[in-house]
Design a protein around this ligand. Structure first.
Ligand SMILES: [Cu+2]
Length: 508
């Protein structure tokens, strides 16, 4: 509604301006021969300028409660001081120069009986307006650099008694890893990265066994936090607006810094007089279509409460990894790197199976070579099932592993085309095969909207396969919403697994 009103206002303003223009053209025609008077036009322009200036100042006063509350970290206080001082200095200069500009528009407007004054150069003036800003900027930047050095402990050296958090950005979520009771994060190795081990954590390192993955960023008040920041895919940005903290998360370049939260979440609710006020962790880089979704709740607790929370967290290794390893369903090595380098990662360990290290390459009977298919991925599973003499079963579903949708929408992300093309070619190579597509979601949000979303997504995949030349009579689709989860909905990773599209062969 307000958008509509806004658009209408703009259209009406436009009409008004055009009509005024027409009217003044007419007046000009009537006044041919008379001396032209520019003073009204100049006054009008000048007043518009002053109007905008005053409006900006008033609105920033009016909306002052909507800007960030007072900084919630020790470093944030310093940074806020820099911001405030810079804003006051530049703000005063801005208002004065703009006011003079608009006044001059009127004062020096064209008059036919006035001759322009020729004033080419004044050294004193040049020196003054170069030296003053130079001094002011040097001071501002100097204080800024000093603050930066303090925050990064250049003078004092690395602080000892810290709470460490590892924050890893990926499209489109944050992975928060805490070191557990031993206070040490388990080692990581990029060659260990695979679908089951996104971070490439080395489970042979005992320090990794008590690490836990948290769903929200919990921080202790009054204790230095050491943030270890990284990214898996593109550049993200670790942004804690209420603490005035921001640090790029760059793939391949670990960055880190220290900060000390000084106001608990409960205290901030009182300060803002808003019982629902929450700190937030956001991504401050436009990292892709799901960027807006990179939010995590942040809670700052008193130290004993934090300790209690930390003690209650369950080790990721003990609760997720180890059971899966015992069951034999946990992929230990990477599927995307050459065998030679995969072998040495877990040297001496019997966990590396060499046939799993390569992707799944197969030339179909129609001459098409599958692209980018993973070992034990959906392509391999479907072909294996079609070729086998296993009976068709209502319970036998295979999950797509490289389909990506935009968050909360049934729109496929372009990279999904590769796997869709593979599946379409498999269906072409086995023309008697018919399939059903099932859509599923996690349990976040309303069940009805999840039901609809899953149905829309499944039918979207079906339409894509039709576009790729598969007869629609061979395809069916159905949405199952939150039903039939394949992983726990209590973790990010589990929810991600539950948001999926499955294939069931209905005829072969
Ligand atoms: Cu991001």
């Amino acid at each position: 509604m307000s958008i509509l009103l806004g658009i209408l206002t703009i259209i009406l303003l436009y009409i008004v301006v055009v009509q005024i223009g027409k009217a003044s053209d007419l007046i000009k025609e009537l006044k041919v021969g008379e001396q032209e008077d520019h003073s009204k036009g100049a006054l009008f322009l000048s007043l518009i300028g002053f109007g905008i200036l005053i409006y900006s100042i008033l609105s920033s006063y009016f909306y002052k409660d909507m800007i960030l509350p007072k900084p919630a970290s020790q470093e944030g206080v310093w940074i806020q001081q820099l911001i405030t001082v810079t804003l006051v200095i530049t703000g005063v200069v801005f208002v004065i120069t703009q006011a003079i500009l608009f006044w001059f528009v009127y004062k020096y407007h064209y008059k036919s009986d006035r001759k322009a004054y020729f004033y080419p150069h004044n050294n004193t003036l040049e020196v003054v307006w170069t030296v003053i800003p130079a001094i002011v900027l040097t001071v501002l930047i100097g204080v800024g650099i000093w603050r930066w050095y303090t925050i990064f402990n250049v003078f004092k050296g690395r602080p000892r008694d810290v709470v460490e958090v590892e924050v890893t950005g990926k499209q489109f979520a944050w992975i928060l890893r805490y070191p557990g009771k031993d206070g040490k994060l388990g080692k990581r190795d990029f060659t260990l990265v695979n679908g089951d081990n996104e971070l490439g954590i080395d489970w042979n390192d005992p320090a990794s066994h008590d690490d836990f993955i948290a769903d929200e960023l919990v921080l202790p008040k009054g204790k230095t936090v050491y943030a270890n920041i990284g990214a898996l895919d593109v550049i993200h940005d670790f942004f804690l607006p209420q603490m005035r903290i921001m640090m790029d998360a760059v793939p391949g370049v670990p960055t880190s810094f220290w900060f000390k939260p000084t106001i608990t979440s409960a205290e901030m609710k009182v300060i803002t007089k808003n019982p629902n006020y929450e700190y937030v962790l956001a991504c401050n880089k436009l990292c892709g279509s799901g960027h807006y979704n990179m939010q995590k709740k942040v809670r700052v607790l008193e130290l004993p409460e934090y300790q209690k929370w930390s003690d209650e967290q369950k080790s990721y290794y003990q609760t997720v990894v180890k059971p899966a390893m015992d069951e034999g369903t946990y992929k230990v090595n990477s599927s995307s790197i050459p065998q030679e380098s995969a072998g040495k990662v877990t040297e001496g360990e019997p966990t590396v199976s060499s046939e799993n290290t390569a992707g799944f390459n197969q030339k179909l009977s129609n001459g098409f070579e599958l692209e980018g298919a993973k070992a034990a991925g959906v392509e391999e599973k479907i072909i294996e099932f079609i070729k086998s003499d296993k009976a068709i079963s209502k319970d036998l579903w295979f999950s797509f592993d490289r389909l990506l949708f935009e968050n909360g929408k049934a729109t496929l992300i372009p990279s999904s085309q590769e796997q869709l093309k593979n599946v379409a070619e498999i269906l072409k190579a086995f023309p008697s095969v018919e399939i059903k597509l099932g859509g599923y979601t996690d349990n976040v949000g309303k069940p009805e909207s999840n039901q609809k979303l899953s149905a829309d997504r499944a039918s979207m995949v079906m339409n894509e396969l039709v576009k790729l030349g598969i007869a629609s009579s061979r395809l069916k689709s159905e949405g199952y919403g939150e039903q039939y989860p394949i992983a726990s909905n209590t973790t990010d990773a589990g929810r991600q697994q539950n948001r999926r599209i499955d294939i069931r062969v209905t005829k072969k």
